[in-house]
Design a protein around this ligand. Sequence first.
Ligand code: LLP
Length: 414
Amino acid sequence: MNPIVFRGSRLFAEDVDLASLAEHVGTPFYCYSTAVLEGNFRTFASAVPTGTLVAYAVKANGNLAVLRTLAKLGAGADVVSGGELKKALAAGIPPNKIVFSGVGKSAAELSLGLREQIFQFNVESEAELELLAKLATSARLTAPVALRINPDVDAQTHAKISTGTAETKFGIPLERAPEAYAAAARLAGIEVAAIHVHLGSQLTSLEPFERAFRRIGDLIPVLRKAGHRIERADLGGGIGAGTAAPDIVAYGGLVERFAREHRVSLVLEPGRVIAANAGVLIARVLYVKEGWRKRFAVIDAGMNDLLRPALYGAHHEIVSLRQSDEGSMETYDVVGPVCETSDTFGTYRLPPLHAGDLVAILMVGAYGAAMASAYNERSPAAEVLVRDSQWSLVRPRMNDDERLRLDRIPTWLE
Ligand code: LLP
């Protein structure tokens, strides 16, 4: 299902004409479809066993309106910072549906999770376990914990978004898991009843999941034999989106078999598969210029708005909002205005472009706005949420004067 489609020569998100929307909100802006978000969440939730906590990975797209849309469908949240935790709560996601992941949670962040009585801390090291135990006992609370295990399985995805191999900082090495569980059992203030694994992101095949789940599955009886209670498995996120994505129903079958075989309930942390195809980035062509050997279309969105191409070499399809019959397609390098050679979206075949034309960059609902920065003192793109024929500016673009006021001049320079 994708309600971001052309109707005749005009691109619509649900019943909103994106070219008209651009006149109202200015470019560049992200536009998200409620119907796609809801459809993706429902598809995912119905493919996995009933009773599974689907904890949406807030890092993929943490806009409050996106979170609230998912909260209304019963989504939980996987958060990785105090900021994300506060956002999830503000969006109406109850604490008992929130899991807290991340390799570097501060004492303040752990304390916030304890105070809010979240569902589960996904602990990534013995050192974090000790700090959490200390904070929990001094607050006279018990922290519900899953230990994140690093299975040393290659997710066969981009190296920069692969997290489950022995080389990465994530989780506790599988071979040390029995000691870590034993250490946890000795600590007051800690209650371990779960195991966690997350392999990486944008997985296009189920095979790495299978291998990792087998390794984690083999560990469960060992832990139980040692007297540990393993009631739950948090199998992370990582399902890819787009044409090469694995089949959600097949993924659902895989996790269902795991749950049955090991007699555990499940927590899952999908991010990209919920949000990616729900979002487009609309930008305007500023200039078309001829280089030495290439023709460039310079658009008003840059790597500060969408970092994925520069950081991972990610390819996002770009379409022109003017579906013209004007001759044949031409080749452009579509680039942003930022003063970096890596500020390029890639080479595209597009209908002839002219200054003022609008383009849409597709599949950017996940890890688009969420990774935006203000590099070159450029405020990140605005964000708009669409529902049927309604639209709402769910994050305005900060203006230059507001941004200017963020800095302070020290007294000695006044
Ligand atoms: N759970 C944990 C512990 C994670 O670290 C992540 C993603 C997820 C769940 C959600 O993964 P997803 O279902 O979205 O693949 N910025 C990169 C992606 C980084 C993902 C980091 N962790 C990108 O733009 O491709």
